[in-house]
Write a protein that binds this ligand. Sequence first.
Ligand code: TXA
Ligand code: MG
Length: 318
Amino acid sequence: MISTDRDAAVELLRKGDVVALPTETVYGLAANALNAIAVAKIFEAKERPHFDPLIVHLPNRDWLERISDVPAEHRQLIGRLADKFWPGPFTMVLQKREIVPDIVTAGLDTVAVRFSVHPLFAEIVGALDEPLAAPSANRFGCVSPTTAQHVLDELGGRIPLILDGGLTEHGIESTIVAIQKGRIAILRRGPITHEQLTHFAEVANSVATAKISSPGQLPSHYAPKTQLRLVDNVEAFPPQKNQRVGLLAWSGVFRSTQAFAAVRNLSDRGDLREAAANLFRYLRELDALDLDLIVAERVPCEGLGAAIMDRLERASHR
Ligand code: TXA
Ligand code: MG
């Protein structure tokens, strides 16, 4: 379980599995950020009750503009910050590109990007040559792990491999910033300090940390503009004749679906992992159709289903 086999770690990541890896801050639970099903396994192992956006770790600087859209007005500032603090315990929230699956960003238009300096992490992500999504490798609500043993205590039996890199250097998570109108907003305090950042631009007041600990609650968190209604049984909800209604189904195809203007099926085979991977993308697609209503079927409230239901409930209560 705890291992020093780097090749095995790369191999697991390549085939869409999760691996715990050391970074200079805390251990992360990593999966290929471009593989939505692999990312769903992160949420499953961590038992998060809702989906939080994850940090995407780059193999190298070239990947920055492949996953995020760096606006011309902030290009210089972002470049200077990256030159100074990357690789290192510093995360920037930027506009996301299409290539990043919605489950990674929990439906947000932005993506948090980091470039770790840890030699083991750098070696693995470099060998994979694809970005890695990685939250801290603890169960939901527990403290972040700073040794391989901590990860084993938290996630033993749930993940195939923990790569041992000894004690992590910083022991607290990376500093997270967003660039807003030429200013740096600190979203999470960390090893790169407010003082250090003032050399680059005006540093705006940071958001209260309590909010950040539950980013699913942040006002900026993605919410569909179309009204969403949760139902147990789709058959009992035939759309009105003059209404354009979208259906977000859980599994299987229903007799009555032709009455809906659009249908998205979270998982044909009733697989919660696949459903989690599809959730935000489908919500977004339905939301873009200017429907009068989206009807969403409840999913079983077990394992990842609880996280899916939490997100659907949040989206339906506005
Ligand atoms: O040091 C670290 O950053 C560690 C190591 C493993 O890299 N990772 C880490 O990830 O702390 P996690 O998931 O435990 O915390 C990531 C935080 C989330 O709580 C969320 O608030 C913020 O990053 N975040 C991610 N994407 C965001 C976005 N698009 N906008 C705002 N905040 C975001
Ligand atoms: Mg965490």
